[in-house]
Design a protein around this ligand. Structure first.
Ligand SMILES: Nc1ncnc2c1ncn2[C@@H]1O[C@H](COP(=O)(O)OP(=O)(O)O)[C@@H](O)[C@H]1O
Ligand SMILES: CC(C)(COP(=O)(O)O)[C@@H](O)C(=O)NCCC(=O)O
Length: 317
């Protein structure tokens, strides 16, 4: 097997090179066209069909193995307990820094997984809907900590995950708008009944904390599998700055954009502002809160300088 680098007796991960990963699941079809891949990629995350074929085809096949095993276990356990409770959605969490490309990964997986016969219904929830509204962040003096664990309504997020794993489909999830940079008053996301739920966000792998009832709980208590999208902080910083410059000529021109005041900056000025936001908000959040959760993931996708996947690290089973 092509392992990279050598594992130690305490290392619970298998380290697979890009070449090894690419050689897997050769018979799994890739039901996607170039146009569709372009539509699913986020701004600044240049995924092409070759990358989808190399990285996401084996990943969707590996996820299917986990889903099928969970379905079999459910059948065996319900037989054993003489119950008839239907199975709950298989939950996949996607974690990683701001600007690392989590949303492209989530959207690609949604489309690939719903083409498998056993999982035709795949729903996607981004955790920004659980951010506290700006008015609350301002009241608490933590507007500069948007994306940090304390900027979320953790209780509502846990309630949502618990209801999913209790077999319900909530219809009242709050919705966040990146352009307005705030929760949209009155707007709700409906999560339809599904086979797989993908939950994507910075903080999905945060460890348990003590809740109101004296219980230790974390949203990850309700995950079946998790994926951490990883890259060097210097690369992610550059992707963040480049995306900010692209947003200047797109989203920031919307008069409703929270960043509209930055639309007319020169490229150098935009670089400076984006670098400052990165250094004061997103880098400390990555170092202090997000990166330390990496080893909790089932799979780590490690990207190189151009968003190209370099290696994949999978929990030993
Ligand atoms: N200021 C913004 N205005 C409009 N869209 C944005 C803004 N910031 C981020 N986005 C979009 O929001 C999505 C999520 O971004 P982010 O949280 O950085 O995660 P990631 O880059 O890992 O997917 C991306 O599709 C990105 O292009
Ligand atoms: C909205 C986000 C916190 C991401 O939320 P997520 O869906 O990961 O929970 C992030 O994209 C963001 O806007 N961070 C604030 C700092 C900044 O403007 O870059």
């Amino acid at each position: 097997m092509t392992l990279h680098p050598a594992t130690t007796p305490l290392d619970p991960f298998l380290h697979l090179t890009r070449e090894h990963w690419d050689s897997l699941a050769q018979s799994t079809p890739l039901p996607l066209q170039t146009e569709e891949v372009a539509r699913l990629s986020s701004l600044g995350d240049p995924i092409d069909l070759e990358e989808v074929d190399t990285v996401y085809r084996p990943l969707s096949a590996l996820i299917q193995l986990h889903v099928e095993a969970a379905l079999r276990r459910h059948e065996n356990v319900t037989d054993f307990m003489k119950t008839t409770e239907p199975h709950t959605p298989f939950v996949i969490a996607i974690a990683g820094s701001v600007a690392v490309g989590k949303s492209s990964t989530a959207r690609l997986l949604q489309v690939l997984l719903e083409r498998w016969p056993s999982t035709p219904r795949v729903e996607l929830v981004t955790t920004d809907g659980f951010l506290l509204p700006n008015a609350v962040l301002e009241e608490r003096g933590i507007m500069h900590r948007k994306g940090f664990p304390d900027s979320y309504d953790r209780k509502a997020f846990i309630r949502f995950m618990r209801s999913i794993k209790a077999g319900f489909s909530p219809n009242d999830l709050p919705v966040y708008d990146h352009v307005v940079y705030d929760i949209v008053p009155g707007e709700k996301q409906v999560v339809r009944e599904c086979d797989i739920l993908i939950v994507e966000g910075l903080n999905v792998l945060q460890p348990p904390r003590l809740g109101g009832g004296g219980q230790l709980s974390a949203v990850s208590d309700y995950f079946d599998m998790s994926i951490y999208v990883d890259a060097d902080a210097d690369n992610i910083r550059e992707w963040y700055i480049r995306r900010f410059i692209k947003l200047q000529s797109t989203a920031f021109n919307d008069p409703n954009s929270y960043f509209a005041r930055y639309a007319d900056l020169t490229e150098d000025q935009a670089r400076d502002i984006a670098g400052t936001i990165w250094a004061s908000v997103n880098a400390p959040n990555l170092v202090d809160n997000i990166e330390p959760t990496k080893s909790r993931a089932t799979v780590i996708l490690r990207k190189g300088g151009d968003h190209r996947m370099e290696s994949v690290h999978v929990r030993k089973s």
